[in-house]
Design a protein around this ligand. Structure first.
Ligand code: NAD
Length: 503
């Protein structure tokens, strides 16, 4: 069969499938799609499964669906098409997402900020520019064993459809990073975004699908619910095609995911403590703390949320913070801000652990917090900080504001103990500034967190200034760690008995 005829036939087949599914036909390709099929005239013995099953893909356009069941069914169709087209198509999708995230970073960052009204534009942009650091298909190397009884191959294979829940704090970045990991592993994906960050997420899905259809012919590999609700979450989680959940968010969604009965990879909440001892370099520590805590107005789950510092070095650390872009609040200003930023149960003051964070202060600029505190600050102020006691609401709550509480401690033991208590056993992230390896080791062992950063800002834990790779979903309670393509695979073993070993 000639190459022209094969291309023609492929286009006709896609056209017919598109009509059968009642959805938009994929873009016709003048060049053959990057299929793994050899163009040598041999018959391909793989079964064509792109049209399989009784699942209806419904009427969503470019992956955006109003109905959760249709979104799941369509993602399943997308997965089957991806499976047919092989590794080359996965790599192409990864390349598309990374390239588009970077190319659209300024516009999409602005759109996300306008919708969510939390965080900083420069950092919203940066979070999209770094999607290229998320690992792709190169991460999946099969494991092989060879011995007297032949050879065995273990491959990292897809589940099918993964359902992903994304947070308001980094909607398009989390979605994009999840797509890279999940599709590199060979899966389709259906998203339920946070309602207050759903429009920008749908926009990214639409644009990614347009490019994926154009470049590979695959439709609806990534789907999303246009207006996400708790009901759509439940419908997605109970859909037969969905084999795995990937949840990024706070305690409620982690609990809800674990109650579904499906396997869930949960990237849960954190409240990362920083401990600073007297062996650190105060200037380096101050700069790193500001960099991490000020990033996107402290929306990062890994971001520095409270500092415990040895009394002997506390004044120097705070002085260095003041010299490097942070502004210290006095106790009156702190009290005023605390009353605005939290609500307390009746009869409880500022220094209690039963506070609720007022949403209108989450991820807001330092200027907004400073106004509530009654203080004027320069426009380029990165962060506010104040001395508090260890039980203060700013210490105990995952407050996600650019206001860092600093607590003096008398000993290394007290610093580690208070850090442990403030981390609330989330086992998420902790940071230390120290050059004493015994202190570092003691804190690492006591905190037992998924990420432990030494002498750097928290983003160094995600390959941003430290070694390693990036993901916006750090699976903490379920233990998978910084998610990567392998996280979304099933390990399957293939055994050839007594043969194929070559010596
Ligand atoms: P959130 O928990 O309010 O929402 C996260 C997602 O869960 C949203 O899509 C939301 O619609 C959904 N959701 C919330 N409650 C639900 C329920 N009961 N049932 C079903 N779905 C539900 O969190 P947020 O404010 O959007 O994001 C901030 C939180 O996410 C923080 O706690 C932060 O630490 C955490 N987070 C963790 C990571 C990580 O990698 N571990 C990354 C980013 C954010």
């Amino acid at each position: 069969m000639s190459a022209v005829n094969e291309t023609l036939i492929r286009d006709v087949v896609f056209e017919v499938l598109g009509r059968l599914n009642g959805a938009v036909a994929p873009a016709k390709s003048s060049a053959p799609a990057p299929a793994a099929k050899a163009d040598c005239g041999c018959s391909d013995k793989r079964v064509n499964i792109t049209s399989g099953g009784s699942l209806s893909a419904g009427s969503g356009k470019y992956g955006v669906f109003s109905d959760a069941n249709e979104a799941c069914a369509a993602a399943h169709e997308g997965f089957l098409q991806l499976r047919q087209k092989g590794m080359a198509a996965r790599a192409k999708v990864v390349e598309i997402v990374k390239t588009m995230a970077e190319a659209n970073a300024v516009e999409w960052g602005r759109i996300e900020l306008e919708e969510t009204k939390i965080g900083r534009l420069d950092h919203k942009i940066a979070k999209l520019q770094i999607i290229k650091l998320v690992p792709g298909v190169e991460w999946l190397r099969p494991d092989a064993r060879s011995g007297d009884h032949g050879i065995t191959l273990e491959e990292y294979t897809p589940f099918g459809v993964v359902a992903a829940i994304t947070p308001s704090t980094h909607s398009i970045p989390t979605l994009s990073g999840n797509v890279v990991n999940i599709v590199a592993a060979g899966n389709g994906v259906v998203f339920n975004a946070h309602p207050s960050a759903a429009k920008c997420a749908a926009l990214a899905v639409r644009e990614y699908n347009k490019a994926i259809e154009r470049e590979t012919g695959i439709r609806n590999l990534i789907t999303i619910i246009e207006t996400p609700t708790l009901d759509s979450f439940k419908a997605i989680c109970s859909h037969d095609a969905v084999r795995l959940l990937c949840v990024t968010g706070g305690p409620m969604v982690v609990k809800a995911a674990m109650q579904t009965g499906k396997r869930a990879i949960c990237a849960g909440p954190g409240n990362p403590p920083v401990f600073v001892d007297d062996t650190c370099c105060p200037t380096r520590a101050a700069k790193a703390i500001i960099q991490g805590a000020a990033f996107d107005n402290n929306l990062l789950c890994i971001g520095e949320k409270e500092v415990f510092v040895l009394d002997s070095v506390a004044d120097k650390l705070m002085q260095r913070m003041s010299e490097n872009g942070a502004v210290k609040l006095n106790s009156t200003q702190l009290d005023q801000l605390t009353k605005a930023a939290f609500t307390f149960k009746e009869g409880q003051g500022g220094g209690c652990a039963q506070a609720h964070t007022n949403k209108e202060f989450i991820g807001k600029d330092p200027a907004v917090l400073a106004k509530a505190a009654g203080v004027d600050i320069k426009p380029d102020t990165q962060l506010l900080f104040a001395e508090t006691d260890a039980n203060h609401a700013f210490v105990q709550e995952e407050q996600m504001m650019p206001m860092l509480p600093i607590v003096r401690v008398k000993s290394v033991e007290e610093g580690i103990e208070r850090s442990l208590q403030a981390e609330h056993n989330y086992k998420h992230t902790a940071i230390i500034h120290s050059h004493d390896v015994e202190n570092i080791t003691a804190m690492a062992r006591a905190l037992d967190t998924t990420l432990f950063v030494k002498n750097g800002p928290s983003p160094a834990g995600l390959g941003l200034g430290g070694e390693g790779y990036l993901s916006f979903s750090i699976a903490t309670p379920t233990g998978e760690g910084i998610t990567n393509p392998k996280t979304f695979t099933r390990v399957r073993r293939c055994v050839m008995v007594d043969n194929l070993r070559i010596y």
